[in-house]
Design a protein around this ligand. Structure first.
Ligand code: AMP
Length: 284
């Protein structure tokens, strides 16, 4: 089915119709692919703008059930297709792939699994068991369908970006992964579809995530990584958010560091009410 909702944005819901469109209209075009779960915001648009270096931009909108480890989080994930299409329309004419779960994972579908090693052990891997297996499954399947030349991922989900890079390397997939800088709201809060569920007050309180990372970056000379973790834990004790983790890791190994280096990145996650928020920042 091909639903032409707007002049420039074409929405496909089946694999066959998407592939037919791509092969018929632009057979030799380079394809820039932006996978999303919808509820699009400014950050997604920066990825779309980056993808415009390719001849054709494909954006997928699919809330992937296999990467949610909490049923209520999946159920409450915002779904805003109409506004998503409107925002895309304002940026460029792109091809949208918005499949159903059955289309993505038909009967007999075998999920791709990989040994993700140390990258997936800590932080989001520990906080959300099975999450990264779901990410590998959906990203592999999307790559198989879209066959992009380049795919664009945000550094806001840095661990995810590292896992996608690992997958491409391990499976020798023929595409380039492009990491895009974290897009922030005024004050520093990393833009996220989950922010839609925060009240104005909660958004204010959630600034503590970025502020903690910025503090760590600025004051690393005064603390060891371990002391900095303790300092940030203390700061959260007087906040309304529940700190899930604050880790300083080497981005090549994803091992926690005992001293600061060019390779150190801070990762933080906390619950604001029932909403899981995360952020990360290079310490160099
Ligand atoms: P999502 O729809 O949340 O799965 O995100 C789709 C893509 O947008 C992923 O590659 C995310 O890393 C990226 N993304 C989401 N929020 C941000 C942000 N604030 N800055 C940069 N990239 C982001």
């Amino acid at each position: 089915m091909n639903v032409e909702l707007m002049a420039k944005t074409q929405v496909f819901t089946t694999v066959e119709s998407l592939q037919q469109h791509l092969s018929e209209t632009r057979p030799n075009a380079s394809v820039g692919f932006v996978p999303t779960m919808g509820a699009l915001h400014g950050a997604h648009m920066t990825l779309v703008r980056a993808a415009m270096e390719c001849d054709v931009v494909v954006v997928s909108i699919f809330v992937n059930p296999t990467q949610f480890n909490e049923a209520s989080d999946l159920e409450k994930y915002p779904r805003t297709l109409e506004s998503d299409l409107k925002q895309l329309e304002e940026v460029t004419d792109c091809v949208v792939f918005a499949p159903t779960v059955g289309e993505m994972y038909p009967e007999g579908h075998v999920p791709t699994r990989l040994d993700l090693g140390q990258i997936a052990v800590g932080m989001e891997g520990a906080a959300r068991p099975g999450h990264f297996d779901g990410v590998v499954e959906v990203v592999y399947r999307l790559f198989e369908i879209v066959k992009p030349t380049k795919a664009y991922f945000g550094e806001k989900d840095y661990q995810q970006l590292a896992i996608v890079r690992l997958m491409v390397r391990e499976l020798d997939l023929p595409l380039e992964i492009v990491g895009c800088p974290t897009y922030r709201e005024p004050g520093g809060l990393a833009a996220s579809s989950r922010n839609l569920r925060l009240s104005v007050e909660e958004r204010e309180k959630a600034l503590i995530l970025y502020q903690s990372l910025a503090f760590a970056k600025e004051h690393q000379d005064e603390y060891s990584p371990e002391e900095m973790r303790n300092e940030i834990h203390e700061r959260f004790e007087t906040s309304d958010l529940n700190l899930a983790y604050i880790n300083f890791v080497d981005v090549d190994t994803f091992e926690e560091v005992t001293s600061w280096s060019e390779n150190t990145r801070g990762f933080i996650a906390a619950k604001c009410g029932e909403i899981h928020l995360l952020d990360n920042l290079a310490m160099a």
